[in-house]
Ligand binder design. Structure first.
Ligand SMILES: [Zn+2]
Length: 282
């Protein structure tokens, strides 16, 4: 008797464990979740061509985004500090400029998703503060620009603040190398990655067409401080400053034409006012 119960438990347990997790059913229309991926404490805004007094705050927000489309999910930018740095029982973890107070995984789980549920992952660009949890999404399909991917795995890294250990698992991920300036992720024009080079060789922004909220562009690092946009200042450490200026003009024209709002991802004050997951924009 005991033996057969034990055997039954052994047989059923793996299936039961697998059946426990089901991602939420796909929504009828596009959703955007904003996660708290920490902040950057910038002590040297001169790198951005600003004196402290010219800025409302020198702090920057770090946001991660989950786009949920009826046909699948896309993670856009995955933080500045990997979840593993936040030890159990600790309230925060700091690495360099960046501090987190909660993990990305816990925020995903709070809305019903495991990292393995996520269909696509993409980054505005390869800097450390946008790719810290990349390894978590190695099972997703990576939507990448070739020159950025090549830079990430080059013998000589293109930027001195990159941390390859945080994205090494992507090397073997299923990858789509985007051949066009615009890339329509789900084929209906509602989620479009747009090439916006200058900050890095193939930096990109993300256009979203939300039903209630209206169109939005997630900036990547087209700008960092909102004052950059107002005063047309280009950071000192761009891959190509002239290209950044030209790209900004192109994207500003697109914003006018599309009527989209620009969400500057590092804008600390604007980000603090956004709804955070489990709430969402639709
Ligand atoms: Zn950044």
């Amino acid at each position: 008797m005991f033996k057969s119960i034990a055997l039954a438990v052994l047989l059923i347990a793996p299936f039961a464990a697998r059946a426990e997790h089901k991602p939420p059913p796909p929504p009828h229309s596009l959703r955007l979740y904003v996660f708290n991926c920490g902040s950057l404490d910038i002590s040297d805004p001169e790198r951005f061509r600003f004196h402290k007094e010219e800025l409302a705050t020198t702090n920057m927000s770090v946001a991660c985004f989950l786009i949920v489309h009826p046909k699948g999910t896309l993670m856009w930018d995955v933080g500045a500090v990997p979840d593993s740095a936040l030890k159990p029982g600790e309230k925060s973890a700091t690495e360099g400029y960046a501090t987190i107070t909660e993990t990305l995984k816990s925020q995903l789980e709070a809305i019903g998703y495991e990292p393995s549920d996520i269909k696509y992952v993409a980054f505005s660009h390869y800097h450390y503060d946008h790719v810290a949890n990349a390894n978590m999404f190695a099972g997703s399909t990576w939507l990448a620009r070739k020159v950025e991917r090549d830079g990430m795995f080059a013998d000589k890294l293109p930027n001195d603040k990159m941390n390859p250990a945080n994205y090494s698992a992507l090397k073997n991920s299923k990858t789509i190398l985007i051949p066009t300036d615009d890339y329509d992720v789900f084929g209906d024009g509602s989620v479009v990655m747009k090439l916006a080079p200058g900050h890095t060789p193939a930096h990109q922004v993300l256009f979203l067409k939300l039903k209630k909220t209206g169109p939005i562009v997630l900036s990547g690092d087209l700008y960092h401080y909102p004052e950059e946009r107002k005063l047309k200042r280009v950071p000192t450490f761009e891959f190509d400053q002239a290209q950044t200026a030209a790209t900004r003009e192109k994207i500003e024209a697109f914003l006018k034409q599309s009527g989209a709002q620009l969400w500057i991802q590092h804008d600390y004050i604007a980000n603090s006012k956004l709804k955070k997951a489990p709430q969402y924009y639709e």
